[in-house]
Design a protein around this ligand. Structure first.
Ligand SMILES: Nc1ncnc2c1ncn2[C@@H]1O[C@H](COP(=O)(O)OP(=O)(O)OP(=O)(O)O)[C@@H](O)[C@H]1O
Length: 314
């Protein structure tokens, strides 16, 4: 097994006041992978990133980056790490090009106008290079954040909720960007609330809650194990009980007899196929439905399932 690019052991962070934001986290990140860290608000994702990027002073544990103890080789390691933070933080009156060039210098890299140009072009920011940042749209500002993080050519890139509050087009665009970075060999760790994002991008996924890393797995395995499909069939007429044809499916009838609810599947497409089969069975049983509302599980659902499992195991 090659040496991980990042090796976190027993990482604990207790904030002044006593809140334990990270609780003995062990995590190995492989070189070149895209790792998605999933968790609800306040789970500890930003704290974890902050610990690696030097914004959060850890209470105990060790962080090894690029094969060296981060505490002792802080400066050299930091130069190889990029961070796209959640919050927009830059001089709003500065121009795009100057801010990005400045970021490069901040991490000890020599000025390189052609590299800055390359980064700006790759993010469709070249046309806006002379623009003051405050005049850009929210989506463009986010791109500038990414450009800043890439300006010093990091080998390990953290993206803290890169797509929170951005529109679908920009989200897809960012996914493409992140894919391109992987092609270049950059290791990417992103945090997100959205399972679709992890599903689309990640090689591996970690789930964190209340500072504890509950699970780390290959994405495909995780989707198989925890993914769910939920579907609601709105019936044209009230039903008193489910027809026998639905006996073998994970369906329930709502109390008012007006909705058949399906909850099942495993993230491999089984759920969609079963919903189609349930629809056929309803029709064949002479039951008319006027609407079908179907969705794949959200992180919330997966998360609730995980916490329930943990609760049962405890
Ligand atoms: N500087 C701080 N002082 C005290 N408590 C803090 C500080 N920063 C974060 N916390 C607390 O630590 C916990 C973890 O916060 P963190 O920001 O790491 O979570 P997160 O998973 O990134 O959440 P979100 O998805 O909302 O960004 C939260 O309960 C938060 O309130």
């Amino acid at each position: 097994m090659p040496q991980p690019i990042l090796d976190i052991r027993g990482l604990t962070k207790v904030y002044p006041g006593g809140l334990k934001a990270l609780d003995s986290v062990d995590l190995e990140i492989r070189k070149g992978e895209i790792f998605a860290l999933l968790g609800p608000n306040g789970a500890g994702k930003t704290t974890l990133i902050g610990a690696v990027c030097g914004m959060v002073r850890i209470s105990s544990g060790t962080i090894n980056a690029f094969g060296e103890d981060l505490a002792r080789h802080w400066r050299s390691a930091r130069q190889r790490i990029g961070l796209v933070p959640q919050e927009l933080g830059f001089d709003m009156f500065d121009t795009v090009e100057r801010q990005v060039g400045y970021s490069r210098g901040l991490f000890g890299r020599a000025p390189d106008a052609s590299r800055v140009e390359e980064v700006l072009r790759s993010l469709s920011l070249w046309e806006k290079r002379g623009e003051e940042i405050r005049k850009l749209s929210g989506g463009m500002k986010r791109r500038v954040l990414i450009a800043k993080a890439l300006a010093h050519d990091p080998e390990l890139l953290f993206l803290d909720e890169p797509t929170a509050g951005v529109d679908v087009e920009l989200r897809r665009d960012m996914w493409r960007q992140i894919g391109a970075l992987r092609e270049q060999g950059v290791t990417v760790i992103l945090t997100t609330h959205y399972i679709e994002e992890a599903e689309e991008m990640a090689d591996r996924v970690g789930v964190i809650d209340k500072g504890r890393l509950l699970l780390v797995d290959e994405k495909d395995e995780m989707m198989k194990r925890l993914g769910r499909t939920e579907a609601h069939f709105t019936l044209a007429a009230q039903l008193s009980e489910l027809p026998p044809a639905l006996r073998d499916y994970p369906v329930t009838l709502a109390e008012d007899g007006r909705t058949v609810c399906y909850r099942g599947g495993d993230g491999t497409g089984k759920g969609k196929a079963e919903v189609a089969a349930v629809a056929t069975a309803l029709v064949q049983s002479g039951i008319v439905f006027t609407a079908l509302d179907q969705r794949e599980s959200s992180l919330e659902d997966i998360f609730v399932g995980l916490v329930e499992q943990q609760g049962l195991a405890a």
